[in-house]
Design a protein around this ligand. Structure first.
Ligand SMILES: NC(=O)C1=CN([C@@H]2O[C@H](COP(=O)(O)OP(=O)(O)OC[C@H]3O[C@@H](n4cnc5c(N)ncnc54)[C@H](OP(=O)(O)O)[C@@H]3O)[C@@H](O)[C@H]2O)[C@@H](O)CC1
Ligand SMILES: Nc1ncnc2c1ncn2[C@@H]1O[C@H](COP(=O)(O)OP(=O)(O)O)[C@@H](O)[C@H]1O
Ligand SMILES: [K+]
Length: 524
């Protein structure tokens, strides 16, 4: 695994890993006091760079552990900068270091609240109640207070390390109540729970504060296999580059099986995604109506067969796939907009098993497999690599035995069970490989949540996969992750409300930019 870098910016840590890194530093001689001081200084710098947040003063909610200690160091530093600071310690402090900071803050004369704070006040609340040490629901008094605060002053609260009430491993609330932050300033490494879709409404914008965990400490952990991907990673993207003398057939050959009378647009969107990848040759098996017209909008596509049509407008794919020469392909995408015809998976199973190239199963191909007698277990029979691109409902339909697991645990399990790479789509899409490596997209835009974007994505990943396969044969695990990142970044670069086909054009431009920045500047 070469991308992205295994550094503090990219690693996504479980609570146990984070604890182990901290202990490692402390065991090597780093004083806990110094570590907390470092955290406090980073917090102070972050707040002082945003004076608008401090205009109405600051109230720091201090918890019993080291999270509270971080809050007290911040309180002291802001106080010394003449910011109007008060603290509230609702529970007895249990950590001695935190108690010492509390005593010093008292001696300095920092205001202390003895009553519950008023939820209406415009003061910024800083949640230093609980961090990594959370294992159970918030005390009722605090839960009610945080609930009231969100109702009366929505998001006028910033959390340190982890919003109180959220599990840093799963991202779930312990009891449906948690601090609702505008920002969460997480310390050292991104914690896996904080980037899960379920946590997004509580976490707000996630900021990682670097505390200088040395690379050699990170490298020692053999369990590091979870990486964050964001826009900055586009600059280091390992784009598969065919040789400069390669012909169109050596730059990836893709066959797209998509569309039905029921869902007419899906095939076109998938083909637009495929075109955006820059793959050398695109063929398609389409319903008759689309096959008759596609040349007018996408003359680059070669229609190499016609799909059958059920009386309900669903596509029947078996005959067309069986007639096609699959051995001349690098990648085969089946799924977007096919609808659920009454066909047996066994009709095509044998042909697909033997196909040595990359098979990408999306949308209704996943549903058809889910409802077949073969089910997900069939994927293991494939000779070539397989990529699955479900959204959450499709995923659990295909893997009903994993429905009690969170997406974070279920996706790698599915990858391991099937030997396929899985792209589980969502607000923060998760990519899991059979080797156990996971990637998660973090800085996505919710304007990507529009009908048709998944079709563009399926065509795009199949195109990128075809290029990768044409070069190496053996697929790099990160290829699916990099295709998903490009798609999300293209969606982000578009105006709010952009339609799927505009995003496909933005994706094409982004790919050209990565391959040749000068060409885009010269508008070629
Ligand atoms: N370790 C380090 O060197 C560094 C740590 N750092 C900072 O420390 C944080 C972790 O500190 P921490 O381990 O003290 O845990 P923290 O979350 O503050 O609270 C634990 C306390 O709260 C209690 N408690 C928990 N839930 C509760 C509930 N619902 N209701 C009531 N009580 C509850 C719990 O009680 P217990 O469960 O033990 O009974 C325990 O007393 C971390 O997030 C980061 O901010 C950084 O500065 C970097 C250096
Ligand atoms: N809240 C969200 N924020 C960002 N991206 C999202 C969000 N919800 C969905 N997406 C992305 O939008 C796309 C939608 O795909 P999909 O559900 O397959 O749509 P469709 O089948 O209608 O084309 C995926 O890339 C997914 O990751
Ligand atoms: K907190």
């Amino acid at each position: 695994m070469n991308w992205p870098k295994s550094d503090a910016d990219h690693l996504i840590a479980s609570t146990a890993q984070m604890r182990s890194f901290e202990n490692n530093l402390i065991n090597r001689g780093m004083p806990v006091e110094a570590l907390m001081e470092k955290v406090g200084q980073k917090l102070k710098d972050w707040f002082l760079e945003r004076p608008e947040l401090l205009l109405n003063g600051v109230l720091i909610l201090v918890g019993p552990g080291h999270n509270g200690g971080d809050g007290l160091v911040l309180a002291r530093e802001l106080f010394l900068e003449n910011i109007d600071v008060s603290i509230w310690c609702p529970l007895p402090i249990t950590q001695s270091l935190t108690r010492r900071h509390q005593a010093y803050s008292h001696w300095l004369g920092i205001k202390e609240l003895h009553e519950e704070p008023n939820v209406y006040c415009k003061t910024l609340w800083i949640d230093a109640l609980f961090g990594l040490g959370q294992t159970r629901p918030l005390p009722e008094k605090i839960a009610n207070l945080l609930k009231g605060r969100e109702e009366k002053q929505p998001r006028r609260l910033i959390s340190i390390d982890v919003p109180s009430g959220i599990c840093s491993d799963t991202g779930k609330t312990f009891s449906n109540v948690a601090a609702t932050a505008s920002y969460t300033l997480t310390i050292g490494l991104n914690k896996q729970g904080l980037i899960q879709d379920i946590a997004i409404p509580y976490v707000g914008e996630l900021i990682r504060l670097d505390i200088g965990i040395p690379q050699k400490v990170l490298k020692k952990d053999k369990q590091i296999n979870f990486f964050k991907l964001a826009g900055d990673d586009l600059f280091s993207i390992p784009w598969p580059e065919p040789s400069s003398i390669s012909s169109k057939y050596q730059r990836g050959r893709l066959l797209v099986v998509a569309g039905s009378d029921k869902y007419k647009g899906a095939a076109l969107l998938a083909l637009q995604g495929a075109l955006a990848s820059g793959v050398g040759s695109i063929k398609a098996l389409l319903p008759q109506k689309m096959a008759d017209n596609i040349w007018q909008v996408s003359p680059e596509i070669v229609v190499s067969g016609i799909l059958g049509n059920s009386i309900d407008g669903e596509s029947e794919i078996g005959e067309a796939i069986l007639k096609h020469k699959l051995d001349r392909l690098d990648s085969l995408l089946i799924g977007p907009g096919l609808a659920l015809a009454n066909e047996k998976w066994s009709d095509i199973a044998c042909q697909l098993e033997k196909f040595p190239g990359l098979l990408v199963l999306d949308a209704d191909a996943l549903n058809r497999l889910a409802f077949s007698t073969e089910s997900w277990e069939w994927i293991n029979k494939r000779e070539g690599p397989t990529w699955l691109t479900p959204h959450l409902q499709e995923f659990y339909r295909l893997f009903p035995n994993l429905k009690d697991l969170s997406p974070l645990d279920a996706a790698p399990k599915a990858a391991k069970m099937t030997g396929a790479n899985v792209l589980l789509k969502g607000a923060h899409s998760l990519i899991a490989s059979p080797s156990g490596v996971r990637w998660q997209l973090v800085s996505t835009s919710s304007c990507a949540a529009r009908a048709g974007l998944g079709d563009v994505l399926a065509g795009f990943v199949a195109g990128v996969g075809a290029i990768g396969f044409s070069i190496g044969g053996a697929m790099n695990d990160e290829l699916l992750a990099l295709a998903a990142l490009l798609h999300a970044e293209a969606a982000k670069s578009c105006k709010k409300g952009s339609k799927a086909s505009s995003i496909a054009l933005a994706l094409e431009k982004l790919v050209r930019h990565i391959q040749c920045p000068e060409c885009v500047q010269r508008n070629i």
